[in-house]
Each structure stands twice: as C-alpha cells, then as structure tokens.
Design a protein around this ligand. Sequence first.
Ligand code: ZN
Length: 86
Amino acid sequence: MRPARLTPFQPGDRITLKKPHPCGGREWTVYRIGADIGLKCLTCGRRFLLARRELERRMKSREPGTVEEGNGPAAEGPPPANPESR
Ligand SMILES: [Zn+2]
C-alpha cells in the first residue's frame, strides 16, 4: 500500500503539465529527485526545479519512465544493507 497523496516520482518519469511551456511543449521528464523535483522540457530542453507540491498541482498526468537504460539489470526489492538506526 502506498500513500495516495504522495506521487512517487522517479527519474525518467514523463510528466504532462496543465499549462504549456512558452516553447509550446507540455511534456517533461524528471531528471532529479530531492526536496525539489527537477524537470526537463522534452521540447526545448530547458530545465527547472519545482517543489513537489507545486508540481503535483500543475501536473496533468504522469507516466512512469522505463528505467532500462543506465544501470544494467533492474534490481528487485531494496538493497539488503539498510541501516535504519541513523
Ligand atoms: Zn520548453
């Protein structure tokens, strides 16, 4: 079960915003996750950071990106070494 309120953004996700970018594009890809979400315009390549809450408000839809390219085999489950007490 995951909390319905938090969108689990992942790098590579494809985001469609309600309002188009000045360049005319409405599709964005997530390139960075943190306190703010880094978005890159797929049309003009412009990048910017948006607070997670702001993004959720402006977002129209989201498609999970395929995390194939990059780090070889997709690992299932969390890494075993996870020190919780810190
Ligand atoms: Zn753009």
